[in-house]
Design a protein around this ligand. Structure first.
Ligand SMILES: *Cc1c(COP(=O)(O)O)cnc(C)c1O
Length: 835
């Protein structure tokens, strides 16, 4: 950076690249507009201004980022590597401004340049590199890791196309390609010199080296190069700026010269195309899809690059391989990175020539596994033929791991061959498969569930045998979400009120919100609280009008269910209630009825027919209800398209009621439930996932509970679920189902919803009809509570006040203490590197 002042410039002025003041920011933006966008203010488009501002914010992170990397490289410390196939990080500009503490100055600087910060924020493309909760969790954890000053790196895949954009056409979901990179990505720094080769296919052979050791050589059919693409992850008001390192695949050479010389141009280009396909697209399913070769290749690709990167950093530090587990720990976010168990063994045994036992000790001490699901159909497996063709050497290693593991099981439980078959990493029944959850559990020193109920059920169901063998290996770490993005950024009105009421410290110590309880009897405070919520609802109402043309009234109860569309999440149970309410209103039967606006949002996996039908049912109900003069002013239904992080940030703060109505035992934790709670919504929910802990924290008098418990669900299933039984005794339910089946919500077409109604009546594993009556009764209690505005407001305040446990800072603190054994490291900024 030049130290020579511009002639005539104020010698005391802050540098344009690092200064945090308004004038430095203004000059920095102007410089970047010219130097990076090649535009003068006179002809700059809003996109140019957005890019210039984003680069200026990035400039201000670079010294911190470099100092952070330098500190991790120089000091004897342990780095937490968070391995995840998905990072749903959301737009970066607003969050970075907040974490750097320069939002107000940036707003003023842009105003001085004739630009509106909010308009520029709205322009940012969202990196949709995840499907939903799992990917968003990884992003919240990166924010907390940096804020808590934990040495850490996020490792994943730089998908060229993230999750599809959802549009609604004729009431149906239509998927539109996500072109998030089309205008360039100002946050990313590509590091072509940080690259690794990853092998695929081919065969293995044994050989003896010069020392006479028996070795294995993998002769791959092809190799792909992974290139590091880094994104800075600044902590909140600390110097720490961690790295999200995503791998992009490239062909090793542009053309296979031999083919090219032989004149086969297309064959030569083919290899390149295949290699570049690897990081092309995110699989848009919440659950694994059977037998997708490319997906297994993606998993191996990013895991191998990440582990090779960790080994290179160890070498750079001059540390011996024996210290690997002291320098690194790697958390596997679900089984998507489970192949790390085999790949770390391969790198240590085949390439670093460690004896098996020593390599196994390092591998197990390094890796830890987070389980995210109890649904047996969502546990990842890979068919053996596919696996052996794609990854022949890792498979051999898995066989050796399994052979030794099974010996251990037989020693611990002699004569119990049924147990051996259940625990084996290879499923030998029918078509043989590799079970990734078993591989993870065997190869990791710690296994955790993501909410108390989930962790308990884990040790009683899918991982029961393992919990009996190694009880000390099992933990719970209840999920959390970052209050920086979901309160400070998404709900600035609330944040201001909280600052004034309990002081600013709540942002990094969310338990301080408890102090709100001292203000429950202050009518002025209740009034301010209501005003904040009212304003957030008005903002959402305006967006709903803009996007869907539906007019909703911010004074009605905003009843919101936003999350992936899934049968186990039971958006259709909510839909059945809306129809019930509609019928009652039409007959003037609803006593104490309160005007409600039901808002849905969420994507369905493109191949998940039932989920797409559930969307169609909601839009069909909206079409009828919103156009019926009888219910005008009393009932509105909205499907808000394209639920993503950007939309989420303004939806959660506008909610009065949070719908968390999954079949008990099916939702591992949920994190949407926590975001609603923090923003003062009341929950109607089942005893599932983190709902249990939310209710514990807020008190059962402030939570609308309904439905079967996980235990009751299992009992009903054991004894035989008979949906007809619930219809026979309930004329209202009968009528609702008849209306759907008769085409009332499908423009008279009685075929459309047939599969959905048939499913509810004959083949529903999620027991929708069993919970219907209790849900309807519980919604009546919600309505009743709403009619007492002061009571509702107090309950709303209590939800925020008691949400402290659900900060991702608490969750990351628990990972550090119980699983990773890592302490914070503060990053020093000497004056020179700070400028
Ligand atoms: C929080 C969040 C989710 C997860 O929601 P659940 O209600 O926990 O399923 C999914 N998508 C986005 C965009 C989110 O922000």
């Amino acid at each position: 950076m030049s130290t020579t002042p511009t002639p005539g410039a104020d010698p005391c002025a802050e540098p344009a690249r690092s200064g945090l003041g308004i004038d430095a920011l203004r000059r920095g933006v102007l410089d970047n507009l010219v130097c990076l966008q090649a535009r003068t203010p006179g002809i700059a488009t809003p996109q140019d201004w957005y890019m210039a501002l984003a680069y200026s914010v990035r400039d201000r992170m670079l010294a911190r980022w470099a100092a952070t990397i330098q500190t991790y490289a120089a000091r004897d410390l342990r780095v937490a590597c968070y391995l995840s196939a998905e990072f749903l990080i959301g737009p970066q500009l607003g969050n970075n401004l907040i974490n750097l503490g320069i939002e107000d100055n940036a707003r003023a600087a842009m105003r001085a340049l004739g630009q509106d910060l909010d308009e520029l924020l709205a322009l940012e493309e969202e990196p949709g590199l995840g499907n939903g909760g799992l990917g968003r969790l990884a992003a919240c954890y990166l924010d907390s890791l940096a804020t808590l000053e934990i040495p850490s790196v996020g490792y994943g895949i730089r998908y060229e196309f993230g999750i599809f954009n959802q549009v609604i056409r004729d009431g149906w979901q239509v998927e539109v390609t996500d072109l998030w990179l089309q205008n360039g990505n100002p946050w990313e720094i590509v590091r072509p010199n940080v690259n690794y080769y990853v092998s695929f296919g081919g065969r293995t052979e044994m050989w003896h080296d010069e020392q006479g050791r028996l070795r294995v050589r993998w002769l791959p059919a092809r190799m792909v190069k992974g290139v590091a693409c880094d994104t800075p992850m600044p902590g909140f008001r600390v110097n720490t700026c961690n790295t999200l390192r995503l791998w992009k695949s490239e062909a090793i050479e542009s053309f296979d010269l031999q083919d090219f010389n032989a004149g086969d141009y297309y064959q030569a280009v083919q290899e390149k195309v295949i290699s570049e396909t690897l990081s092309k697209v995110l699989y848009p399913n919440d659950e694994p899809e059977a037998g997708k070769r490319l997906r297994l290749a993606q998993q191996y690709f990013f895991v191998s690059c990440s582990l090779q990167d960790m080994l290179r950093l160890l070498d750079l530090k001059g540390e011996p391989i024996a210290r690997f587990a002291d320098m690194f720990t790697a958390q596997l976010n679900d089984t998507h990175p489970a192949i790390a168990v085999a790949e770390l063994m391969r790198l240590l045994v085949d390439e670093r020539l460690l004896p098996w036992d020593e390599a196994w000790d390092i591998t197990r001490r390094t890796l830890a596994y987070t389980n995210h699901t109890l649904l047996p159909e969502a546990l990842e497996t890979w068919g053996l033929p596919l696996f052996s063709r794609l990854l022949p050497r890792p498979l051999e290693i898995i066989y050796e791991i399994n052979r030794r593991f099974i010996d251990e099981v037989r020693q611990t439980f002699p004569g119990d061959e049924a147990r051996v078959a259940r625990m084996s990493i290879i499923d030998e029944a029918g078509e043989k498969k590799v079970r990734m959850a078993n591989l993870s559990t065997v190869g990791c020193h710690a296994v955790n569930g993501v909410a108390a109920l989930h962790s308990t059920l884990l040790t009683q169901t899918v991982l029961r045998d393992f919990a009996q063998m190694w009880p000390e290996r099992f933990h719970n770490v209840t999920n959390g979400v970052t209050p920086r993005r979901f309160m400070l950024l998404g709900n600035p009105g609330l944040a201001r009120l909280l600052d004034e009421t309990v002081g600013e410290g709540w942002v990094t110590d969310l338990t301080r919100l408890r102090k709100l309880e001292a203000h429950l009897d202050d009518p002025a405070f209740l009034e301010q609280w209501r005003a904040v919520k009212r304003a957030n609802k008005a903002v959402l109402a305006e967006r709903i009008r803009h996007v869907t043309n539906v007019i909703v009234d911010p004074d009605t109860l905003f009843d919101i269910q936003v999350k992936r569309i899934h049968e186990y999440k039971r958006q259709h149970l909510n839909a059945l209630y809306i129809i019930t309410l509609y019928q009652r209103l039409r007959r003037n039967l609803e006593q104490g009825s309160v005007p409600r606006c039901f808002i849905f949002g969420g994507k369905a996996a493109p191949g998940y027919t039932m989920a797409k039908l559930m969307i169609r049912l909601i839009t069909g109900i909206a079409e009828v209800v919103n156009n019926d003069p009888v219910t005008e002013g009393r009932l509105k239904v909205v499907f808000y398209p394209d639920f993503n992080v950007k939309n989420a940030q303004c939806i959660y703060p506008a909610a009065d009621l949070s719908e968390q109505i999954s079949t008990a035992g099916k939702e591992a934790s949920g994190t949407g439930n926590m975001k609603f709670m923090m923003n003062g919504a009341l929950t109607i929910g089942t005893l599932d996932g983190a709902n249990v802990e939310i209710r514990e924290e807020v008190g059962d008098e402030n939570f609308f509970l309904f439905g079967l418990t996980a235990e009751q669900v299992e009992r009903v299933k054991r004894e035989g679920y008979r949906p007809a039984h619930y219809v026979e005794g309930n004329a209202e339910l009968r009528e609702v189902l008849d209306l759907i089946a008769g085409g009332h919500f499908s423009r008279g077409d009685s075929q459309v919803f047939r599969p959905l109604v048939e499913n509810l009546l004959h083949a529903d594993p999620f027991l929708v009809l069993a919970d219907y009556a209790d849900y309807v009764a519980c919604q009546a209690r919600v309505s009743e509570a709403w009619t007492d505005a002061a009571r509702w407001t107090r309950m709303s305040i209590l939800n925020t006040a008691r949400s402290g446990k659900f900060s991702s800072d608490r969750a990351i603190g628990e990972y550090c203490e119980r699983i990773w054994n890592i302490d914070p490291v503060s990053i020093g900024l000497d004056r020179e590197s700070a400028e």
